[in-house]
Ligand binder design. Structure first.
Ligand code: GMT
Length: 379
């Protein structure tokens, strides 16, 4: 199949999932055309003869309030559907990609019959997509997609509540390549980041307010009072400064290492004793799954779709959002017992392999593509 994948290229789960999916499908012999603002971050140093990247233009004009991304994406989609002869379009993150694709359809005339699949990732439906200033447009994009998938049961239910779309959303969970994300030490050396008697806690995200980065630091500070530890923060975003200030205030500034954006997180994750994801809520939590695949127990929240990923008490511990004390207590309990930590890590790895392995999940999309192309037999 000639598959067009529209996604955000930036540091985040939806871009990571879209890219890994494209790589996997290319290895299976399909031709993949990524359409995004820049080369997706996990594709930066990759070469595959079946993978192409097409950049969405960034035209501006002094009269415009900013870049007209929705329109530019629609025009690029139109061009690639025509020139690459795409069989199907797969949009990641409804806002605004589902709207751009609808616009592209209008421009494509007869070729507008191309099947369109939109995968809902979370904030495109919840925090951002449900805002009154976007809601009707997102609804139109969803209605005009031929099929919808959601990355968790929870997100499908939220879409039902927020958009009155209560049937016909397939739940296909996110996935991980457990041959890349493994417990074996990757390219990083532990002693570079911590002494032998120190624990390593890790957090990876885009540092947006929803991640509650100050809670990450507060949990770490409490753990560090009980056992000498280091916190490795990987990523960047609007709350970086706040996290640094909180760390200084709590007297752990010199114990928090900010490593910035790292494209190869699989090299870092195996170093961690514990992964922290105390977000307000996650529709899924790809970073937590990647930690599990690396045999690292997860401390997170009992909210959103995270409980579908992390089995509370088995592959980690989930507490209420904002309950820093409870999350720190759970972290100390796991870190104080090497046997328990190892068991949880092993259970996480097992769960990742049994339920979320790329080789199990990506074929579900492949089957859906075939079904959709078949449905449009006139095309
Ligand atoms: O919405 C964001 O802040 C980023 C977005 C993304 O593009 O990574 O994250 C969402 O999609 C991920 C991939 O499906 C999920 O793992 C994240 O849980 C989800 N974020 C939220 O629900 C906050």
């Amino acid at each position: 199949m000639r598959i067009g994948i529209v996604c955000y290229p930036t540091y985040g789960g939806s871009g990571a999932v879209a890219t890994e999916m494209g790589r996997f499908l290319a290895r299976a012999g399909h031709t993949i055309h990524f359409i995004s603002l820049a080369r997706p971050f996990r594709l930066l140093s990759d070469f595959h003869e079946n993978i192409f990247h097409h950049e969405i233009g960034g035209e501006t004009y002094p009269l415009f309030p900013g870049q007209l991304y929705t329109i530019a994406a629609a025009v690029k989609i139109t061009e690639i559907v025509r020139h690459a002869g795409l069989d199907i379009l797969h949009l990641h993150y409804a806002l605004p990609h589902a709207i751009s694709a609808w616009l592209a359809r209008e421009m494509l005339g007869e070729r507008g019959n191309i099947p369109i699949l939109t995968t809902l990732h979370g904030t495109d439906i919840t925090l951002v997509g449900s805002k009154p200033s976007f809601h009707p447009a997102v609804k139109l994009g969803l209605d005009r997609s031929d099929r919808l998938t959601a990355v968790s049961r929870w997100l499908a239910d939220e879409t039902c509540k927020l958009f009155k779309l209560c049937g016909g959303i397939d739940v296909i969970p996110n996935f991980v390549d457990t041959s890349i994300f493994t417990p074996e030490r990757g390219g990083c050396t532990r002693k570079h980041y911590a002494a032998d008697d120190e624990k390593i806690l890790m957090h990876i995200s885009n540092f947006r307010p929803v991640k509650r980065l100050e809670d990450v630091v507060a949990i770490f500070a409490r753990v560090n009072e009980r056992m000498p530890s280091r916190l490795l923060l990987i990523g960047d975003g609007p709350d970086r400064e706040k996290a640094a200030i909180t760390a200084e205030k709590l007297g752990v500034g010199d114990r928090v290492l900010m490593l910035g954006k790292q494209p190869g997180v699989e090299h870092f994750l195996p170093l961690a004793d514990l992964f922290l994801l105390p977000s307000e809520g996650e529709s899924f939590g790809v970073a937590a799954l990647e930690a599990m695949a690396c045999g690292v127990p997860v401390i997170g929240v009992k909210a959103g779709g995270l409980p579908e990923v992390v089995a509370d008490g088995e592959s980690g511990a989930l507490r209420s959002p904002g309950d820093v004390e409870a999350m720190a207590a759970a972290a100390v309990e796991i870190l104080s017992d090497d046997g328990k930590k190892r068991e949880m890590g092993e259970a996480g790895r097992r769960r990742a392999m049994e339920k979320f392995e790329a080789g199990l999940i990506v074929p579900k999309y492949e089957a859906l593509y075939r079904e959709m192309i078949g449905e449009k037999s006139g095309y």
